[in-house]
Structures are given as structure tokens and as C-alpha cells.
Design a protein around this ligand. Structure first.
Ligand code: TYD
Ligand code: MG
Length: 458
């Protein structure tokens, strides 16, 4: 049986089909299939069929794990990058770093390469977007001293392959995968077909030569530029570099990782000479907090496996409008309405003649329901104009009956809170957490939580 030499790739979702059709059966888009011709056997992993079995070698898994995997993860020296990736990068692995244009991907990877170069490894920065000069001056800006990083400006994937083979680098960055192209394919650079096929070639090369390959991919906010998304299943690690343009905080979020845990974050601050590691970011969002004001409660939020203390602020003011206003930022609006209903029904606190505003300082967004209790305590604190103890944190999801449920990772949240000086905590009654130096007040209902926070007296 002979294998087909042609396949059809959907320009919208990247799905591969053996036959042409007017409509892609995966994403249901019309007229998106493009013909792609497979030219040689190692063009893509999928093309390695039965006829090629002589190229494969059978390895013993014990030998492989002991000698190759464990020993090979090497730290890049960028502390927060290594933390997010479980220790560093692995030779022969492929990492996709996605993010919006201008967020700092090139800066991050220039720093990464110059760090690795300083440890004596050969590294190569392939840029298809900028001139040699621009790449070199960025490396100089973030490093500030002499460092030997190979720079190649090219956008032809075949050229890149040749240079990589000759230069023999340990780490290669391709900036970006959307701007390189295979001239033998009809599609334009950045199309799903080009992105997929160029990436497949480079991945094959990285695996065969034990190179740690980092692909940069631009993603827009609405994800409309689908390029990098089609690569997620081809690569070993997917990390997104995120941040607000108005703020200098940058977060590297790992959403897929074959060599370690997912869910960890790397946090950085963009400065004049590149990104700085934010090793202790727990109290980052509290820097502008004025302790002792009514309407303010601190909640230890979890982002990945990291604890970030957040200040929930509420403002409750009288209104004579028929429809009182409820305005929230950073929390879910419908959940907030539900919480206000529970507050009225179970704690007898009426807000029908009040406007209520809630926001989270620092533009943080929280989807975790264990912030419920902190939100309601902030509302009641503002309503009664009684400040909540500034050394108090609270964790608890509120049920429709006014009962308080436990939050996940509670002990870790409390430990971080006490480290930052929060010596009292209000938590659900079923909590088993005990933390040195912290008074833990267990409450089973919303009313008893109000009493514990000195917002209501029985
Ligand atoms: P860049 O890494 O080019 O973003 P991307 O590759 O994701 O498109 O960096 C974008 C921004 O970062 C740019 O507006 C300038 C700023 N920047 C700094 O603030 N400090 C620095 O040291 C560097 C190199 C860039
Ligand atoms: Mg860039």
C-alpha cells in the first residue's frame, strides 16, 4: 500500500485531511483546505510510515530516564522562567512562547539566550522580523555587557535549517514562527499551512539534534490570529506571556508542559534594561493600600500555584433612584448579585436603597468563588463605615443558605498571608488549617463571619 504524498490543511483551524473537500469537517469553515505536498520522508512526523521502521531504534526506558531526561534539564538563569518551567529547558524540547505583539517576548528570549550564552553554551537567535542591528542592540540593552549570541536574520526555513546544522547551537529562538516561510509552499507567511509546516520541519531538526527550540508566536487578544494555536499539540511546552500594556507586570503562564507540572507562573517586571524577576510577588497588589479604611478586605488569591494577596474594595452609598446601581470590576457580576441576595436573606442586610460598587485594587480579576466572603465583608464594612481589622484575611465560598465552604489550597494561602503580616484569618468551619503565628477564626455562617470581623454584634 502506498501512502498519499499530498494532504490538505485547513487554513482556518489547521486540521489535516487526506482528501479535498469544500468544507473543513473539523471547524465547518468553507473553502479553507489547501493542498500541501510532502516532499521527503522526514518532512513531518506524521509521514513516517511502515516503510521507515529501519530508522527507528528501540530504547530501554530505564536507561533513557536515568541517563537522558533527569540529567538534561538545565537552568536558564532567568529565575522566574525556570520556575514556570519546572527548573529550566530540556535539550531536544520545543517550547512555544505566545503573546500579543509588544508584550515583551523578544525581550524575554534575548535575556534567556544571553544568560545561557554566559554559561558557555552556543546559542542562536533567528529573527525574521528585525534587523541584525535591532536584535544585537536589544541583547546589549538587556545584558549590558559583552555576550556571544549568534544572530541570524532569515525568513526562509530551508536556510535556517542549514545554518542551524552548521552552527550547532544548544538553544535556538525563532522570532517569530509566523514570519518564516517555506518558499516551496504556495501559501503566504503567517498562514496556518506555512506556520504548521515550518514548525514541523524545525521540530524534527530540534529532536534529531538535541536542540532546545523556542518558537515565538504572536497572538491577538481575541485569538483571531490562530497561527500559534495550531502548534499547541505539536510542541512539548506552551507558555503565554501576558500583561497589561499600562502596567509593567508581566506573567509567563505555562498551559502545557511535557517535562513538569503546569499551572506555575513566572512573574516579571519590565524595566529600562529588560525584565526583572519578581521572585516575591505575594504582596505586589497591596503596595498602594491604605490600611484601616472601611470597605477594604484582603483576600489571598491563588494564581496557578502562587498566592497573591488582593485588596477587595467596596463603596456603598445611599441612592434615591428606583433602580439602585451595582457596578463591579474584577469579579463576576451575576455571582455578585447572588451574594447580595444571600446577604439580605441570611444576614438581614438590605441594600435596596443603596448603590454598591466593588473593585479589586491593581486591576486584578478573580474568578475563584472563595473570594465571596471577602467581597461581602467589604460591602458590609463600607455600609456601616466600620473598618475591618487591617491584619485580617478571609477565605470562603458562600452557599445559597449562607453557609461558608472551604477554599482550595487554604493552608498555603494562610501561610503566605501570615508571612506578609496578616495574623488573623476568617475561614470556613470545616477548615483543618493551623498556621503558626496566625489566629484562625472558623465560621459556619455568614452571620458568624460578620461577628468575627467585628461588623455585627449579637
Ligand atoms: P518586545 O520584546 O519587542 O515585544 P514583543 O517581542 O512581544 O513584540 O518589547 C516590547 C516593549 O518592551 C517595547 O515597547 C519596549 C519595551 N522594552 C522595555 O521597556 N525595556 C527593555 O529593556 C526592552 C528591551 C523593551
Ligand atoms: Mg518581538
Amino acid at each position: 500500500m502506498t501512502k498519499s504524498k499530498v494532504h490538505y490543511i485547513c487554513g482556518s483551524c489547521g486540521a489535516s485531511h487526506l482528501r479535498w473537500a469544500g468544507r473543513c469537517s473539523t471547524c465547518q469553515e468553507w473553502n479553507t483546505l489547501e493542498e500541501v505536498v510532502i516532499r521527503d520522508a522526514n518532512f513531518s512526523r506524521a509521514s513516517v510510515g511502515p516503510g521507515h521502521s529501519e530508522r527507528s531504534t528501540i530504547l530501554d526506558s530505564v536507561h533513557f530516564v536515568a541517563n537522558k531526561l533527569n540529567a538534561s534539564i538545565f537552568p536558564t538563569g532567568l529565575i522566574e522562567f525556570d520556575r514556570a518551567l519546572g527548573g529550566g529547558i530540556t535539550p531536544g524540547s520545543v517550547t512555544l512562547v505566545g503573546g500579543e505583539p509588544g508584550i515583551g517576548k523578544s525581550t524575554l528570549l534575548s535575556q534567556l539566550l544571553s544568560n545561557v550564552a554566559l554559561s558557555g553554551e552556543v546559542v542562536l537567535y533567528v529573527s525574521a522580523e528585525e534587523s541584525d542591528n535591532q536584535v544585537a542592540s536589544r541583547i546589549h540593552r538587556v545584558r549590558g555587557k559583552e555576550v556571544s549570541v549568534g544572530i541570524l536574520t532569515a525568513n526562509n526555513v530551508l536556510d535556517i535549517e542549514v545554518h542551524v546544522r552548521n552552527y550547532r547551537p544548544a538553544v535556538v529562538v525563532i522570532d517569530s514562527i509566523q514570519t518564516i516561510a517555506d518558499p516551496e509552499l504556495a501559501s503566504s507567511p503567517g498562514s496556518v499551512v506555512q506556520v504548521r509546516e515550518c514548525a514541523a520541519r524545525l521540530i524534527e531538526l530540534a529532536k534529531a539534534s538535541d536542540i532546545a527550540l523556542v518558537l515565538v508566536g504572536h497572538v491577538t487578544k481575541d485569538g483571531s490570529l490562530a497561527g500559534p494555536r495550531v502548534l499547541e499539540h505539536l510542541v512539548d511546552t506552551v507558555a503565554y506571556f501576558e500583561g497589561d500594556r499600562d502596567s509593567s507586570l508581566r506573567v509567563l503562564r505555562v498551559i502545557k508542559h511535557r517535562f513538569g507540572p503546569v499551572g506555575d507562573l513566572g512573574m516579571f517586571e519590565m524595566g529600562e534594561s529588560g525584565l526583572e524577576d519578581l521572585i516575591d510577588a505575594t504582596a505586589l497588589h497591596l503596595v498602594d493600600r491604605v490600611a484601616g479604611q472601611s470597605g477594604s478586605v484582603v483576600f489571598p488569591a491563588m494564581d496557578g500555584r502562587r498566592v497573591l494577596l488582593c485588596e477587595i474594595q467596596a463603596l456603598v452609598v445611599p441612592t434615591s433612584a428606583e433602580q439602585p446601581r451595582r457596578v463591579v470590576t474584577g469579579i463576576d457580576f451575576n455571582r455578585f448579585l447572588l451574594l447580595l441576595a444571600v446577604l439580605e436573606k441570611k444576614a438581614g442586610i438590605k441594600l435596596h436603597n443603596k448603590d454598591v460598587f466593588v473593585s479589586i485594587a491593581g486591576g486584578v480579576k478573580i474568578t475563584d468563588p472563595s473570594a465571596d466572603l471577602a467581597v461581602l465583608l467589604a460591602v458590609v464594612s463600607s455600609l456601616k463605615d466600620i473598618p475591618v481589622d487591617p491584619t485580617l484575611v478571609c477565605i470562603g465560598e458562600i452557599g445559597l443558605g449562607g453557609e461558608i465552604r472551604l477554599g482550595s489550597g487554604e493552608k498555603q494561602r494562610l501561610q503566605e498571608a501570615v508571612r506578609m503580616g496578616f495574623t488573623r484569618a476568617v475561614v470556613g468551619a470545616k477548615s483543618g488549617s493551623e498556621v503558626d503565628g496566625q489566629q484562625i477564626i472558623k465560621v459556619s455562617s455568614l452571620s458568624s463571619a460578620l461577628v468575627a470581623a467585628s461588623l455585627h454584634f449579637e
